[in-house]
Design a protein around this ligand. Structure first.
Ligand code: 5GP
Length: 123
């Protein structure tokens, strides 16, 4: 079955698009974690970063040039932003169609607690 992001890209369910080309599409996250929260998604459905191949390198590069353009268009290029790609369970991935989160418009904050500050499992 097509991923939720494939269905958005196909126009089957609504998405608030900010960018589209022949390789990638970008739209607002349905539940934004910062003032700006965009998802940059390859049009081709690839589940995780573990599934990419050298044939995907053009598309993977396009995700970054799209991110740069979107940040400029939304006026956050100078103040800065964070790009995040989660991979599988330990990475916190929920939707198994590769996507880059673009977060900004305000301070994004610490990106992860230091490992030494984490409680051991079971406590
Ligand atoms: P992940 O945890 O997989 O890296 O991130 C998945 C993201 O997809 C989450 O931030 C979540 O809010 C977003 N999301 C899930 N379902 C939808 C949807 O139907 N539409 C949009 N625009 N975003 C979605």
């Amino acid at each position: 079955m097509a991923s939720i992001f494939s269905r958005i890209i196909a126009g089957e369910i609504p998405g608030k698009f900010v960018y589209r080309d022949e390789l990638v599409s970008a739209f607002w996250d349905i539940s934004p974690r910062r003032k700006v929260h965009i998802l940059i998604v390859p049009n081709k459905e690839i589940p995780t970063v573990s599934d990419v191949t050298p044939d995907d390198e053009l598309m993977l590069g396009r995700m970054f040039t799209a991110a740069r353009k979107i940040a400029e268009d939304l006026g956050i290029a100078d103040s800065g932003y964070r790009l995040i790609i989660n991979c599988k369970e330990d990475g916190g991935q929920e939707v198994y169609h590769i996507h880059m989160h673009l977060l900004g418009g305000e301070r994004v904050g610490p990106f992860a607690p230091r490992h030494s500050d984490l409680k051991p499992k079971g406590e």
